[in-house]
Design a protein around this ligand. Structure first.
Ligand code: 3UK
Length: 546
């Protein structure tokens, strides 16, 4: 390990022990990275030094009106934010900074400001409620927060229970005294990026995981740069002329890579706007002449089905490349999209633990129903339950090695994701006769709905707080539109009767304390639940029965 630049040693103290880490491989000249590396220096300062500051970096909308920032303007804002963090908020290098907001240029500037100042960025999905926010703040020992003023409520509400969170500033609000913008105006327009070690932690990305207790995945500065040098140049092959856009939040590594790190790495532009429902995506693509789009399979399907009914039909002729990830891309969706737009989707499987996509295929090499082949820089294989490699055609556990890999923040589940140096993603896959990797299912109980991961036990935990609920089990069941939905099987306490009104009440109850997308869209009442002799709930039986 290189000498850390961090004053606050929290991240290094809480890395998995060396023997629990996956094997890292750095093959080829592009992955020979220097011992000192800062994401902001590499992806932002570099363009300014090369005289490219006049290029458009970010495009946003405020009050319905578009605006754009050049690389020089983004750089200046990131520098001023770094100044605010250090001079005004008392941040020292290695502190964790919570970043909370929908995708906007200011959110991106905050992210880069944290990198410049040597902080550790912890993004939080805008939809997260108080309970989930508090878990993240506690686990990552967050000391500072920058939050979009329009969604500050949940964070303000948990603050009294989070004494370690010392400083909070709001942005995208009225910009009056005390706002981040007002503080930025007091800071100098340049701030030299901290000379971080390549293996200093740059970000902690949370993933809900199978048990519902969020896991923090730590990523070094070198991980982000390595990711920029694998899938983007070999599969995506975007250029400085491209304009990126998509739906995944910047707080999700799919979005952080696809909608910030990768475009900046090639000097391209990104459209960052807040509301990105499948209904609004085509209009945004048309309005901003988007050329590279990132979203989930269900969204491509919804758009493809809606397009023929739209009049006037949106002009999507600027679109060049469409990336799908988050869940398996059904062959039918690939075909629908091709028929609607003429574009062959680039599918790719990535994970929060590995930062981004590690198996994929470009337009020319796509194969309907298969995800693709290992991305240059990564190795993949299929293992049986004893960790032995399986021959082609046999379903087993997907195992990955590469320049990035799983590093959970102080979490025993490291030993589940990483075994014998391999990252085990929790997916069942097979390799076909052409060497393509074909997705089968999650090997665990994760529910993936509309591209979001939901852990059944998290919903169960909330349902059990309702006065009518005796026992419950939540599993994923197939759904046309969302891939899967969460279905709750509920055993009522004596004195309560099943009714449609009670179904509604239980669903409302869930929406009160966890993000709305996690509520069980189906609820069934049962007299009892299938359990093993030791009392464990048998989820697979619930799924079979559903
Ligand atoms: C599933 C896929 C089949 C798979 C992600 C791209 O989804 C991302 O990260 P998460 O941690 O979930 C990881 C799990 O999601 N999955 C993702 N993509 C596909 N299954 N085909 C796909 N194309 O179960 C995987 O283990 O939320 C995706 C980039 C960055 C990401 N974080």
């Amino acid at each position: 390990m290189a000498t850390s630049a961090y004053v606050d040693t929290f991240a290094r103290n809480n890395l998995p022990p060396p023997q629990a880490l996956p094997e890292f491989i750095f093959e080829g000249p592009d992955l020979q990275l220097p011992a000192r590396l800062n994401v902001a220096a590499e992806l932002l300062d570099r363009w300014i030094e090369q005289g490219q500051g006049g290029r458009i970096a970010l495009i946003g909308e405020r009050d319905g009106k578009p605006f754009s920032w050049t690389y020089a303007e983004l750089h200046e804002r990131a520098c001023r934010i770094a100044g605010v963090l250090v001079e005004r908020m008392g941040m020292v290098s290695g502190n964790r900074v919570l970043l909370r907001g929908a995708n906007t240029p200011m959110f991106a500037a905050c992210w880069l400001g944290v990198m410049k100042a040597g902080g550790i960025a912890v993004g939080s999905m805008p939809l997260l409620r108080e309970r989930e926010l508090k878990a993240i703040i506690d686990k990552a020992q967050i000391t500072h927060a920058l939050c979009d003023a329009r969604i500050a409520e949940a964070l303000e509400a948990v603050r009294p229970q989070c004494p370690q969170l010392r400083e909070l500033l709001l942005f995208n609000g009225d910009e009056g005294a005390g706002s981040l913008e007002a503080e930025m105006a007091q800071q100098p327009p340049v701030f030299a990026s901290v000379d971080t070690a390549a293996d200093d932690t740059a970000l902690i990305a949370f993933t809900s995981g199978t048990t519902g207790v969020p896991k923090g995945t730590m990523h070094f500065h070198r991980d982000v740069i390595a990711a920029c040098r694998c899938w983007p140049p070999h599969v995506l092959r975007a250029t400085a002329e491209d304009r990126f856009f998509g739906s995944p939040p910047l707080a999700f590594t799919f979005g952080l890579g696809g909608l910030l790190m990768f475009p900046l790495s090639v000097g391209a532009s990104v459209v960052l706007i807040e509301r990105t429902s499948p209904e609004s995506l085509p209009a945004t693509i048309e309005r901003h002449r988007v050329s590279v789009c990132f979203t989930a399979p269900t969204s491509y399907r919804a758009i493809a089905l809606a397009l023929p009914q739209m009049s006037p039909r949106p002009d999507l002729s600027s679109l060049r490349k469409c990336v799908s990830a988050g869940e398996a891309l059904p062959a039918a969706t690939r075909r629908l999209w091709k028929e609607a737009t003429g574009i062959e989707i680039i599918d790719g499987i990535g994970s929060t633990e590995l930062f981004h996509i590690f198996i994929s295929a470009d337009e020319a090499h796509s194969k309907p129903g298969a995800t693709g082949v290992p991305v240059p820089g990564y190795r993949a294989c299929i293992l049986d339950d004893e960790g032995r490699p399986l021959p082609p055609g046999q379903v087993g556990r997907l195992a990955i090695k590469g320049p990035t890999g799983c590093k959970y923040l102080a979490d025993e589940r490291q030993a589940v994701y990483v075994q014998n140096g391999w990252n085990l993603t929790g997916d069942a896959y097979l390799v076909d006769e052409d060497g393509y990797y074909v997705y089968q299912a999650r090997t665990d109980d994760m529910i993936i709905t509309g591209g979001y991961n939901i852990a059944g036990p998290e919903i169960e935990g909330v349902l059990l707080l309702h006065p009518a609920v005796a026992e419950c089990g939540v599993v994923g069941i197939p759904d046309e539109a969302r891939g899967q939905i969460a279905k709750a099987f509920v055993v009522l306490k004596p004195g309560f009767e099943p009714s449609d009104a009670l179904v509604k009440e239980l669903q409302e109850h869930c929406k009160q304390s966890i993000a709305a997308y996690k509520y069980p869209r189906a609820v069934e009442f049962r007299a009892s639940l299938p359990r093993t002799e030791t009392g464990k709930l048998q989820r697979f039986r619930l799924r079979q029965e559903a």
